[in-house]
Write a protein that binds this ligand. Structure first.
Ligand code: PLP
Length: 370
């Protein structure tokens, strides 16, 4: 397997070296709710230091059932939920459990970077399809052309990192239609930004056929501004989840007990409901201030990422341009070619607006000078 520094590591390293404002990294630079942090502190004095149950803290699982009922009108039981060490472990474990030697897995570029490695480790074959540009939509005709009896899984990410694109009803129709025709196919739906959506989120939880045949992955890291706690979960029908749990049992067994307990005591539907308007305000603050810059703002419906097209400013590659922004202007972003296997370069950079207002204001001032 290739061993080299990823673009994300390079950018983070340089951002530090040049003391740049870092809108590259996809995590908040502000603190989580102090009430939750206090719960965590108080819990540290109690008896929560030993292994949590393998499938997760029962109180946290019941909170997840409430969220899923409230947001998706899907009534589940604890046997449909598995708590994981972040969405990354959920994805790794689901792929390891479900993909076997020679199985093909359809995935879409630009893609978050944790999908390919477990497929390859299993001897599976990633079948990569580029999303359309600049809409970042799935080309379903292309999917049709790549589908075969060897296709075991389709990985979708909605809302999408890095573009912020979100599914339409027609995307869900297409997925359902494919599942009906390919009875062994499973959907792995990475929905870690489900609650950061600026219109109603169209989830695989919403459709009957998709519920039966999808593994849907969520992350408290994104929902509660606690990426470092590494607590996520997945939801699937019992028979599918049982298969995945067998792998989970041996690759992680049980997930951080203290953090699970703290989240279970803190999380309320209202908090989760408020998340999209919290980020909508940040997006508005950032975009209103760069409207008159030379950067073109690409449309996005969710996540805390904003793509900016710099083709009016420079012909340089996105990697070169991102480095120039760090070194000459003190602003870090991620070149989107880093999310493509074929390194497609559309002259687009990804900026994370999940940052404090001061950083967003400073970053927008810099962008307006370029
Ligand atoms: C699309 C996507 N999936 C999964 C993850 C991983 O989430 P976690 O930090 O819960 O492992 C991220 C994190 O940035 C992400 O952007």
């Amino acid at each position: 397997m290739e061993q080299k520094e990823t673009i994300f590591t390079t950018i983070s390293r340089l951002a530090q070296e040049y003391n740049a404002i870092n809108l590259g990294q996809g995590f908040p630079n502000f603190d989580p709710d102090p009430r939750m942090v206090n719960i965590l502190k108080e819990l540290a004095d109690q008896k929560v230091h030993q292994y949590a149950p393998m499938k997760g803290n029962p109180k946290l699982i019941s909170r997840i059932l409430q969220l899923t009922d409230h947001f998706y009108q899907r009534k589940l039981t604890p046997e449909n939920v598995l708590i994981t060490a972040g969405a990354t472990q959920a994805i790794f474990t689901a792929i390891t459990a479900l993909v076997n030697n020679g199985d093909e897995v359809i995935m879409f570029d630009p893609a978050y970077d944790c999908y390919e490695t477990p497929i390859l480790l299993q001897g599976g074959v990633p079948v990569r399809i580029n999303l359309t540009f600049p809409q970042y939509r799935i080309d379903w005709e292309m999917v049709e052309a790549k589908l075969s009896t060897k296709t075991k899984m389709i990985i979708v990410n909605n809302p999408h990192n890095p573009s912020g694109a979100t599914f339409t009803e027609s995307d869900l129709d297409q997925l359902e239609n494919i599942l009906e025709r390919y009875p062994k196919l499973i959907v792995l739906s990475d929905e870690v930004y489900e609650y950061i959506s600026f219109q109603p989120h169209l989830s695989c939880h919403n459709r009957e056929i998709l519920r039966k045949r999808s593994v849907i992955v969520s992350s408290f890291g994104k929902t509660l501004h606690i990426t470092g706690w590494k607590i996520g979960y997945m939801i699937a029908e019992k028979q599918l989840l049982d298969q995945i749990t067998q792998v989970h049992q041996y690759n992680v067994f049980s997930v951080n007990s203290l953090c699970q307990e703290a989240i279970s005591k803190f999380i309320e539907i209202d908090e989760v409901e408020a998340l999209s308007s919290f980020f909508k305000d940040k997006k508005q603050l950032f975009l209103s201030r760069i409207q008159n810059s030379k950067f073109k703002i690409l449309p996005s419906g969710g996540t805390y990422f904003q793509l900016l097209d710099y083709s009016n400013i420079s012909d340089e590659s996105d990697g070169e341009f991102a480095l120039k922004l760090i070194k000459e202007y003190g602003l870090a972003s991620i070149p989107v070619s880093g999310f493509y296997k074929d390194k497609s370069d559309h002259k687009v950079l990804r900026f994370c607006f999940g940052k404090d207002d001061e950083s967003l204001i400073k970053a927008s001032e810099i962008l307006c000078q370029i």
